[in-house]
Write a protein that binds this ligand. Structure first.
Ligand code: C2E
Ligand code: MG
Ligand code: MG
Ligand code: MG
Length: 284
């Protein structure tokens, strides 16, 4: 109905809303159906991770992968479309734990197969920070899987800096002290004050893809991306560009000293087996 539609339109943004109506909600028009389906999805093993490589721009080497959630029944729907609902229902807690464990296990499996060492980046939603045992969960999963903490990178967004600032800083500091890295995703799109950057134990800034999109065609986007790269270097942070789709964007970023790149130019996010094939071919 109209209220439900409005709810989703607001929560998910216009593009995701279109996906939602076209893909997920073809037959049933209520939010409850989606919620019920999401509740069952974990038990029924309907979630999957795709992996997207990040390269070192200077030497082209694959340095790591970002794990991205996929719902097998709706492979073309961005998780951005249902993560708000996962958060609202609290399902993000068990799903987030599943993502973390599956991602760490995958890297261990690739280590066992003697693939070159890869970092794994996992997205954390703000809601996971209100879970009181987040630190325990991370450390338990590292123990269970045997992954070296420095290979794990947690991607957070600026919205984390807005509410519960002090307690979130404390949690992030604990995570950092475990040896796990923290990356600021979608940087430049939030409302955070730059002064928080020095208080947050961040290892990496990820330039949001909205700026990367225009770097070779729009002087403002180029200036913003350049400024973020300089800011990162001044603060001794690693800097990654996401959403790199063209060789021109790649070359601009390389010339402007960006450390790493991620995007369709290099590879789309791929299921584990396909990523493995892709990596072997690239390294051959
Ligand atoms: P994100 O963390 O910023 O991830 C990057 C998104 O950009 C991914 O969308 C990826 O598929 C897409 N992308 C990568 N390269 C390109 C490119 O060259 N061009 C374009 N147009 N897009 C590119 P995806 O997989 O749909 O995920 C959307 C968002 O959903 C993620 O944004 C992240 O915020 C969230 N998300 C994904 N997986 C998880 C998860 O396991 N947990 C949580 N909490 N959030 C997740
Ligand atoms: Mg991310
Ligand atoms: Mg991002
Ligand atoms: Mg994003």
């Amino acid at each position: 109905d109209a209220d439900t539609a409005m709810y989703h339109a607001k929560a998910m943004g216009r593009n995701n809303y279109q996906f939602y109506t076209q893909e997920i909600n073809k037959k049933d028009n209520d939010r409850l159906t989606l919620e019920t389906d999401l509740r069952k999805a974990l038990d029924r093993d309907e979630f999957q991770l795709h992996f997207q490589p990040k390269i070192n721009l200077k030497n082209g080497k694959v340095v790591g992968v970002e794990a991205l959630l996929r719902w097998k029944n709706h492979p073309n729907v961005s998780p951005a479309a249902y993560i708000p609902l996962l958060e609202e229902t609290g399902l993000i807690i068990p799903v987030g734990e599943w993502v973390l464990r599956t991602a760490c296990n995958q890297i261990r499996a690739w280590q066992a197969e003697k693939l070159p060492a890869l970092h794994i980046a996992v997205n954390l939603s703000v809601r996971q920070f209100s879970q009181k045992d987040l630190i325990d969960t991370i450390s338990r999963i590292l123990n269970e899987t045997g992954l070296e903490p420095y290979l794990l990178e947690l991607e957070i967004t600026e919205s984390l800096l807005m509410d519960n600032k002090e307690s979130n800083i404390a949690i992030l500091t604990n995570i950092k002290n475990m040896g796990v890295r923290i990356s600021m995703d979608d940087f430049g799109t939030g409302y955070s004050s730059l002064s928080y950057l020095k208080r947050f134990p961040i290892h990496t800034l990820k330039i949001d893809q909205s700026f990367v999109k225009g770097i070779t065609t729009n002087a403002d986007d180029a200036a913003i991306a350049g400024a973020i790269i300089n800011l990162a270097h001044s603060l001794r942070l690693n800097v990654v560009a996401e959403g790199v789709e063209t060789q021109e964007q790649h070359d601009f970023l390389l010339q402007n000293d960006c450390n790493q790149a991620q995007g369709y130019l290099i590879s789309r996010p791929l299921p584990a087996a396909e990523f493995e094939t892709w990596l072997k071919a690239r390294n051959a």
